[in-house]
Design a protein around this ligand. Structure first.
Ligand code: SF4
Ligand code: SF4
Length: 210
């Protein structure tokens, strides 16, 4: 039977992304607008552009009958630094003429990469993963972000105590960093939504996890 060009086969990363974002990566026609507008897609920063990530997902779906080959394409997408370097600015998603949710795809790739133990292990990606975990742990704990607590989590996890110190002082002087945390909000709904997205054990941040 001929494969449906726009609907990924079951058990593929492309299918998971289509379900999570409501837009299939198979609709991408490789125009490159997402990559052209991505502020992180510059030499020396992103080694695989958002457009190429879409292509890897399409190749995984196209070769879904060949498990080894399909897994190799999926792993290339999951193992890349791209999803960690993505700033979530949405420029790609708003530019895409095919309605593909590239930014949402990066979210799924991050969670899946952590859950499957395939996340990029270079130093820069590891630092961003520490920030990612700290951010989610803050949300789970308070239902909102406490900047100082988040900074502390990141510093303790990475040991980068002096990194961005000057920027931090500037933010503090402008009232962008608060010493006292804002009141926590009711976290039950937040926790329940996050558990639905991430359990069982899919990249859920654990206190003290490195
Ligand atoms: S959301 Fe991420 S991938 Fe998309 S343009 Fe912004 S930084 Fe690039
Ligand atoms: S903008 Fe959309 S159609 Fe164009 S390459 Fe990116 S994902 Fe594909």
């Amino acid at each position: 039977m001929e494969k449906d060009k726009h609907h990924p086969a079951d058990n593929t990363l492309a299918k998971l992304i289509a379900e999570a974002t409501g837009a299939s990566p198979l609709n991408c026609y490789q125009c490159g607008r997402c990559a052209a507008g991505c502020p992180q897609n510059v030499p020396g920063v992103m080694e695989i552009s958002p457009t190429r990530i879409m292509r890897l997902l399409q190749l995984e779906a196209a070769f879904s009958d060949d498990l080894e080959r399909a897994a190799d394409y999926a792993q290339q997408a999951l193992n890349s630094q791209t999803c960690w370097l993505c700033a979530g600015c949405q420029a790609c998603t708003t530019r895409c003429p095919q309605g593909v949710d590239i930014a949402g795809t990066m979210d799924v790739l991050r969670e899946q990469a952590l859950a499957l133990g395939l996340a990029a292990t270079d130093k820069r990606s590891r630092d961003i993963q520490h920030f990612h975990r700290g951010f989610l742990a803050e949300i789970l704990k308070r239902g909102r972000i406490d900047e100082m607590s988040l900074v502390l989590r990141y510093k303790m996890a990475t040991g980068h105590w002096l990194q961005d110190a000057a920027v931090g002082m500037g933010m503090f002087r402008r009232g962008k960093l608060h010493l006292r945390p804002a009141n926590a909000v009711d976290t039950r709904q937040v926790q329940s939504a996050m558990e639905q997205m991430t359990h069982p054990d899919k990249g859920v941040p654990k206190e003290g996890e490195k």
